[in-house]
Design a protein around this ligand. Structure first.
Ligand code: DSN
Length: 422
């Protein structure tokens, strides 16, 4: 357990929250594909005294004095992330992935300009232009979808048609619920054809790219990558924006982040990003990233064996989107609750053209980044997938659920969450 000595003495209520969450994470399996466990070193940097400092601006161009060490932290983080992704420029100040995307729009667009992004129900993200977000008041978003939900293939012909009709300034790749690889060359070709920037929100797969088990969008010519740092990349909660090549673009991005959108950067988080990027540069991270994929494939096989429909027909990355309502006659919400009751955390999710509502959709979304950090291999991943199927098929049988829960707890005890990965 972390050393919460001061909180324990000073604020029992918050201490109880921390202790409770620590127990929840220790004794349950985390299958939300956008979550992970960070190292103790990352948590130390995140909890450090750098939270005391205001550092508006960028290294050696700040508005306040006293930046000797904050400049070093930010420079370290920038150098490391550039090396990881092969970027020429990096901005590590976005407080989150959503902020990174908004800053990217602000840098590249004028009000009224158009973005071509993935439909939310086909895997896209809220910040890719869902009508509930504020950005849709300023920018116009048009959509592309999958051509075939059974294979996951994107409808690139339709995408080109929409691009020619609407002349977007940004062709946006990336997703939060899509399990196949994208054809990056096609995205870039469509962007070039209509004179748009090719941008990818790689939040979900950033760790797979950094670990060199997924293609790097920069190799196909993408102009910009936005991401979070806390998913497969296994860093602190935060965002980033990388520019492949253009200094002019990078300058616009810097201005958009600060002073355009944010105030003082979170220097403790930036130091923690530097620590996480250091870990990702270590050769062991490539092994980790490769194991994420192997574990997802192992889980996929169990779902295939049990005839559960998976969107995209399965997975080529770290996540699976399963149509549990269509296959097992249990809604996404019920499935989430049943699995929660046996110590497995995942999330209900809409599936493409879902006939059900977002609050009680047809699907569940789950993935392997966190269990892989825990040390699971294909063997344990197969076991977990089978336990999931058993729980979903026996959702009214409390005796069966109790025995599944006991098995999950035993697995967790056998694979404690590690403090260090290098
Ligand atoms: N909330 C994240 C996810 O779960 O995919 C995306 O922002």
């Amino acid at each position: 357990m972390d050393d919460y000595g001061y909180i324990a003495k000073q604020d029992r209520e918050v201490f109880d929250v921390l202790e409770g969450e620590e127990g929840r994470e220790r004794e349950g399996l985390e299958l939300i594909p956008s979550e992970n466990y960070v190292s103790r070193a990352v948590r130390e940097a995140q909890g450090s005294i750098l939270t005391n400092k205001y550092s508006e601006g960028y290294p050696h161009k700040r508005y306040y004095g006293g930046q000797t060490f904050t400049d070093k932290a930010e420079e370290l983080a920038i150098e490391r992330v550039k090396q990881l992704f092969g970027a020429k420029f990096a901005n590590l100040q976005p407080h989150s992935g959503a902020n990174a995307n908004v800053a990217m729009y602000m840098a590249l667009l004028q009000p009224g300009d158009t973005v071509l992004g993935m439909d939310l129900s086909h895997g896209g993200h809220l910040t890719h232009g869902h009508p509930v977000t504020y950005i849709t008041k300023f920018f116009n978003f048009v959509r592309y979808k999958m051509k075939n939900a059974e294979t996951g293939e994107i409808d690139y012909d339709e995408m080109l048609k929409v691009a020619k009709e609407h002349r977007p300034k940004i062709v946006l790749a990336g997703f939060s619920a899509y399990s196949r690889e994208l054809d990056y060359e096609k995205f870039v070709a469509i962007a070039r054809e209509v004179g748009a920037y090719a941008v990818i929100d790689a939040a979900h797969i950033a760790g797979l790219i950094a670990g060199k088990v997924a293609k790097n969008p920069f190799d196909a010519g993408f102009d910009i990558i936005t991401s979070t740092t806390h998913k497969t990349l296994r860093g602190p909660r935060g965002g980033l924006i990388l520019t492949r090549e253009s200094e002019e673009l990078a300058k616009k991005i810097d201005k958009a982040v600060f002073p355009g959108l944010q105030g003082g950067p979170l220097m403790h988080i930036i130091a923690a990003k530097a620590v996480a990027f250091g870990e990702a540069l270590h050769p062991s991270f490539q092994t980790y990233a490769g194991q994420i994929l192997k574990n997802a494939k192992a889980m996929e096989q169990v779902f295939v064996n049990n005839h559960v429909r998976m969107l995209g027909g399965g997975t080529s990355n770290h996540l699976i989107l399963a149509d549990v309502f269509g296959s097992l006659n249990i809604s996404g919400k019920e499935a989430e609750e049943v699995l929660d009751s046996v110590g497995i955390t995942l999330n209900k999710n809409v599936i493409a053209d879902d006939p059900r509502s977002p609050m009680d959709p047809s699907g569940i979304r789950f993935g392997t980044p966190a269990i892989t950090t825990r040390g699971f291999t294909e063997k344990e991943s197969t076991q977990v997938a089978q336990l999931m199927i058993d729980a979903l098929k026996n959702s009214k049988d409390q005796t069966k659920l109790n025995s599944i829960h006991a098995e999950i707890k035993a697995l967790c005890a056998q694979f404690p969450i590690p403090d260090s990965f290098v």
